[in-house]
Design a binder for this molecule. Structure first.
Ligand code: UD1
Length: 424
């Protein structure tokens, strides 16, 4: 199994081009099931989760023409759902990637039935999909759980409904939004997630012929239409990849220019970086991040739904706080078990204590390189970030987590002066 070896302590300097957003691309790919026309998605990142979604769509009978990116960050995928063979999303694919559950809303609303394996829990929490299912039931779906599968059907078509999510859910909002665009009548989704990935999906659906109002707000109004058509849509830049490299600059006392970014999607993080003593500036669709290690200071933060500080940046920011001056309290409010990086950071010499949903980090002047491993995507990359800042050799195991969501990570970092390589 591959590992990543880092000889840390090098200041990063240079430019990194940010790829398309994984979490935006996944629901966009699922949206191709809504129409007979071809959906072209431009700017797909070359990461394993995207390949897993393409595999699932192929299994359903979607024609997938997937152009591998050639180093330009632009992968284009043409998806055509005119000849769907089955509405069953099998366990062996869904268990590897939870976002597979996003095919449920589109299949149900277009074909009247779907059988989607229930995703299990994952490393960061139980992650149920009850809110997706309750909302679909309110739209007339009959849903049962049988043999580990969500068995859903509807007599006639789904109907518009007045829905309020009791808790903000990104995937739930996306699933129900896709179901509502072809439902009979109007749907209101209150307490909808406002994440940029939801907005990107809504914009794409509109360009496929859907009628949606309130895009970007927490109240989406959808006027059901009879059918959608194909379109071409460019995925937004990945705000979590952007944030991860912003921390790479910050933690190494470096100076990076990140190209292809939308800074308005990163305000929660930028605000936290500024409080922590990191300098950021925007220039023509690019973000410059520079820092001096001795000026880094501990701050308190809580993860929140957009536009607050994203849970997907919590582990990376904690790595930064480990080497800042003073204390920092980091509270995780979205997932119940998202501190698995803590014991590994502690093995690298960090001073962190966890109490319930909060981690208290006492910054230290030096950490020490070690062999580490992590159990999820963002936790893995937080260990890479720590490794970049620490003198000596850090060896990261279980690289497959990273490959799910980061495109050519070692290459991008090495081009800016990091000593990092993949070893067998
Ligand atoms: C998405 C992102 C993930 C990010 C998360 C929160 C993708 C592919 N993944 O995940 O990277 O960390 O948003 O920003 O876009 N919940 C329920 N019942 C439900 C649905 C969710 O209780 O039916 C809970 C979850 O367990 C969690 C919280 O709601 O505690 C938020 O989850 P949600 O926003 O749905 O996350 P995902 O869409 O799975």
């Amino acid at each position: 199994m591959d590992k990543i070896l880092i000889r840390g302590g090098k200041r990063l300097e240079g430019e990194i081009s940010i790829g398309g957003s994984k979490n935006a691309a996944l629901p966009l790919m699922a949206a191709s099931l809504l129409s007979e026309g071809t959906l072209e998605i431009v700017g797909l990142p070359d990461v394993d989760d995207i390949k897993a979604m393409a595999k699932l769509l192929l299994k359903l009978g979607v024609q997938v023409e997937y152009t591998e990116p050639t180093g330009s960050n632009i992968g284009t995928c043409r998806l055509s759902s005119s000849n769907i063979k089955t509405t069953k999303a099998p366990y062996d694919i869904v268990r590897k990637m939870r976002a597979s559950v996003l095919v449920l809303g589109p299949l149900l609303t277009r074909f009247g039935h779907a059988r989607v394996s229930l995703p299990g829990g994952c490393a960061i929490g139980t992650r149920p999909v009850d809110l997706h299912l309750e909302a679909l039931k309110e739209m007339g779906a009959v849903i049962q759980i049988q043999g580990g599968y969500i068995e859903a059907h509807v007599h006639g078509s789904l109907r518009g409904a007045n829905l309020t999510f009791p808790k903000i859910t990104v995937g739930g909002t996306e699933n129900v939004l896709m179901a509502a665009v072809l439902a009979k009548g109007d749907t209101i989704i209150s307490n909808a997630a406002r994440e940029p990935e939801v907005t990107d999906l809504a914009i794409c659906l509109k360009s496929m012929g859907a009628e949606i109002e309130g895009i970007g707000t927490n109240k989406l109004k959808v006027f059901g239409v009879r059918s959608l058509h194909g379109t071409s849509h460019k995925v937004i830049p990945d705000r979590i990849e952007t944030g991860t490299y912003a921390i790479a600059a910050s933690i190494t006392g470096g100076d990076l220019v990140l190209r292809n970014v939308q800074t308005n999607n990163n305000q929660g993080l930028l605000c936290a970086l500024s409080k922590a003593g990191v300098e950021t500036s925007e220039l023509d669709g690019a973000l410059r991040v520079s820092s001096k290690r001795e000026k880094l200071r501990g701050i308190n933060l809580t993860t929140e739904p957009f536009p607050g500080f994203p849970t997907d940046m919590q582990a990376q920011f904690m790595a930064l706080m480990c080497l800042a001056n003073g204390k920092s309290q980091i509270t995780e409010s979205i997932f119940e078990n998202r501190f698995m990086h803590v014991p590994e950071l502690v093995r690298m010499g960090a001073n962190i204590s966890v109490s319930g949903a909060s981690a208290l980090v006492q910054g230290v002047a030096k950490m020490s390189a070690a062999q580490v491993m992590a159990t999820d995507l963002r936790a893995s990359v937080s260990l890479i970030l720590a490794g970049l800042a620490i003198d000596g050799e850090t060896l990261l195991n279980r690289v497959y987590h990273l490959d799910r969501g980061y495109e050519r990570l070692e290459e991008k970092l090495a081009a800016c002066g990091a000593e990092i390589k993949r070893v067998k």
